[in-house]
Write a protein that binds this ligand. Structure first.
Ligand code: COI
Length: 452
């Protein structure tokens, strides 16, 4: 929570309170938190922990890799499940605490935006709930933890639309670079928390399954928890292509000229990944390409079919690379500077109008899955999580401006990358690089610190 100081007192008397001063507290104003750079410059007092939050912020997050998650979940025993529970129990409040501190350091006008403030409160409550949990020692303790995790996963489904609205509304109030940096960090951290939380729920589900025998190796299974061990690049593209084509037909009519999607290259390439993450990225890229080609083709009135979209898969030693090439005319010059921006510069009003139509938006099917079947019942449903119905269930013409930047956050989270090259007047080449071995740690750092 924010530190607040009494205006009348010469010395600062710190109290804790919500980031928005409560009504009637007009004698009180916000001061920078003692850990903020601004405050450290202004005072010579050495930094010392002043709140529970400070203590948690002082702890480092412990990043994991897909490979670690696979090795850990491969021979599941009760004691491993309990260790996983305690990792999640202590790791979630650390990761949330860092983001609460980021939010406290936003300018006052931004953190008091109602949507951003709602997110702050959601995170503060989750932090407070997880930090107070006692060590998990038994399977019954673990069941209780899983209930709390499932409730939080559901309760936080509104975070992305709230952040999207807040950030568009705060567009002019903060340096756009800082705003995008904040969004990149908060979204990446959110992905990371949902990964460790969902992985633990999946492991518990596996452990509780009547077919499971503790200690048995799970190597025959396609999934270890949420991780798809052999994610086929070609199959991912085929599934996304089907969903995107269906979406284009539903938007443009069944007889619309929708471009074919051709896949060439290393068709046998596979890698361990979280299916909903890769499908979110590839689905967004294909959707952009298909829409651009249809739009351009309609303008030309050409009776010939629209030019196909070419997807090339390249399996290198350490990476699988997807190149998605379209002939949709390229990205308009004026949109280029805001391609990766969440606040979208001058186009933000258009996105704001669109956001009015979406009371709630889950980013991936994994999230919808939790939304539909909250709680313990959720642990008993099949674990095949895909993001595709989030693509098809979204109103087809809805442009939130989040697709590309959020796809890049997903790609970078597992140490991959996403870049676009626009050939003006011709088309776009999108390059998505995925780590093939799954041995890279999740990337919790911000884009700015990676660029530095
Ligand atoms: C989120 O979805 O934003 C979360 O932090 C979820 C976590 C509390 C389980």
């Amino acid at each position: 929570m924010f530190s607040i100081a009494l205006r009348s007192s010469g010395r600062r008397c710190r109290l804790t309170g919500s980031p928005v001063p409560a009504a009637g507290l007009d004698a009180v104003y916000l001061v920078p938190h003692p850990a903020s750079r601004q405050c450290r410059r202004a005072s010579n007092t050495a930094w010392r922990p002043v709140s529970v939050l400070d203590e948690w912020v002082a702890r480092e997050a412990r990043p994991i890799s897909l490979r670690q998650l696979m090795v850990f979940g491969r021979s599941l025993t009760e004691s491993r499940l309990i260790s996983s529970a305690n990792y999640v129990r202590t790791e979630l409040p650390v990761r949330i605490a860092h983001r609460l501190r980021d939010m406290q350091q936003l300018p006052y006008v931004v953190v008091t935006n109602p949507h951003i403030n709602d997110v702050y409160n959601l995170y503060y409550n989750a932090f407070d709930c997880f930090r107070k949990l006692k060590e998990v020692k038994t399977l019954e303790d673990n069941d209780r933890l899983c209930d709390i995790i499932a409730q939080n996963l559901k309760g936080h489904l509104t975070v992305i639309p709230k952040l999207a609205m807040g950030i568009l509304e705060c567009g002019g109030l903060m340096d756009p670079k800082d705003l995008d940096n904040f969004m990149n960090t908060i979204l990446r951290s959110r992905i990371s928390r949902r990964v460790i939380a969902e992985q633990h729920l999946s492991l518990t589900e596996t452990f509780n399954s009547p077919y499971f025998s503790p200690g048995a190796k799970l190597s025959e299974s396609d999934f270890i928890g949420e991780i798809f061990i052999k994610c086929s690049a070609k199959e991912v593209i085929d599934r996304c292509a089907k969903a995107v084509t269906a979406l284009a037909r539903s938007t443009n009519g069944p007889d619309a000229a929708v471009p074919d999607i051709h896949v060439v290259g290393h068709l046998d390439a596979s890698f361990p990944y979280i299916l909903s993450h890769i499908e979110y990225i590839v689905g967004e890229l294909l959707r952009n390409s298909v829409e651009a080609v249809i739009e351009r083709h309609q303008k030309t009135n050409d009776p010939a079919p629209p030019p196909p979209i070419e997807v090339t898969i390249c399996e290198a030693q350490e990476h699988v690379i997807f190149r998605i090439s379209d002939r949709g005319g390229g990205i308009p010059r004026e949109e280029l500077p805001y391609l990766w921006s969440f606040s979208k510069g001058p186009q933000s009003q258009k996105q704001l109008d669109n956001l009015g139509q979406v009371p709630r938006m889950a980013a991936t099917m994994q999230e919808l899955h939790v939304e539909d079947e909250l709680g313990r019942a959720d642990l008993k449903t099949p674990t095949y999580h895909s993001s595709l119905s989030s693509l098809t269930s979204r109103p087809p013409n809805l442009r939130l401006g989040m697709g590309l930047p959020l796809s890049r956050v997903y790609a970078e989270y597992w140490a991959g990358s996403l870049n676009l090259h626009s050939l003006e007047g011709y088309g776009v080449d999108a390059f998505l690089q995925i780590s093939r071995l799954g041995n890279k740690n999740e990337q919790l750092a911000t884009r700015a610190s990676m660029d530095a």
